[in-house]
Design a protein around this ligand. Structure first.
Ligand SMILES: [Zn+2]
Length: 295
């Protein structure tokens, strides 16, 4: 739409078509239509629309037709608004997911990415980047350092010093986990495992959830076929079916086809977050398809 005048004219059009406006308003609209092809086009469309509605409505009065058009226009606006909001949510979540996806830094001996200090039993690690730390077992810690696209774009050089045992717990071993299939490196203490290394493997549970979602979707699809004659039951099953389908789409959007993940918990939460707007989108489009009014 070109300007405010257009939007005013569009609001008046249904009344204009029904010829229930004052002469002055009519003159204003005519004047605008004479130089605005877009609004003229909108008028042509609504005229066809009305002739169809009139035929359909039979001997309904003009007032009823106008009311109907008014409420259709309102519904159309609400629909457009909701769809835009839902798509915006999907874009925001996906952008966040990609920008903050961890790119783990591999441990290279010659390249000192992490330094360890022991201050009377308090172990401090210094490095640049984001980190994950967790306790593998009593006294044994794993640390990973990673970068994100976000930090790269904004040139954020996160220099940090963290204390592994702020309460003075015993620290026997700290592993550096590079999350790339390489052996975990002991950066503090000694390797508790004799003559052998440890490799941290990617976690697989997202794979299982993905397969479960597919099975769930298949079962529901079969139920829809079975209940195809019973509208009400079918309607409920379709709405439930959107859950696993949304999950599958969300998973693919966040993880692609590769479901193994070194950051599976993070990925899982992001998938769940994305399921909500995707489900809403399905739900709204389904409702739209099954409602009487036109958009
Ligand atoms: Zn216009």
């Amino acid at each position: 739409m070109k300007n405010r005048e257009c939007s005013i004219v569009r609001d008046i059009l249904p009344l204009y078509v029904e010829n229930v406006i004052s002469d002055d308003t009519k003159q204003f609209v005519d004047e605008h239509l004479s130089h605005c092809a877009e609004c003229k086009n909108e008028l042509d469309l609504s005229q066809t629309d009305i002739s169809v509605k009139k035929n359909f409505a039979g001997n309904n009065s003009d007032v009823k037709v106008i009311k109907k058009i008014g409420s259709d226009i309102k519904k159309k606006r609400v629909f457009t608004g909701v769809i835009s909001a839902v798509i915006a949510a999907i874009v925001v979540i996906l952008s966040f997911a990609y920008l903050t996806a961890p790119e783990y830094l591999p441990y290279v001996k010659s390249f000192d990415i992490i330094s360890v200090k022991d201050n009377n039993g308090f172990i401090t690690l210094s490095f640049a980047g984001e980190y994950e730390i967790y306790q593998r077992e009593q006294g044994v810690y794993d640390i990973s350092i990673y970068n994100t696209t976000w930090n790269k774009i904004f040139n954020i050089d996160k220099k940090q010093d963290i204390t592994v045992n702020p309460n003075g717990e015993t620290v026997n071993t700290i592993y550096y986990v590079s999350n790339d299939g390489q052996e975990d490196k002991v950066i503090y203490g000694k390797n508790p495992i004799n003559n052998g290394g440890v490799v941290t493997l990617p976690r697989l549970f997202l794979n299982y959830y993905f397969v479960i979602a597919i099975l769930f979707a298949l079962v529901l699809t079969m139920l829809i076929v079975i209940f195809r004659e019973k509208e009400k039951i079918k309607d409920i099953i379709v709405k439930v079916l959107f859950i696993p389908i949304s999950y599958i789409i969300s998973h693919i959007m966040i993880k692609g086809w590769n479901a193994t993940s070194y950051s599976a918990t993070r990925d899982f939460y992001l998938i769940l977050l994305l399921v909500m707007p995707i489900y809403s989108l399905f739900y709204i489009l389904y409702k739209k398809k099954h409602s009487k009014f036109r958009y």
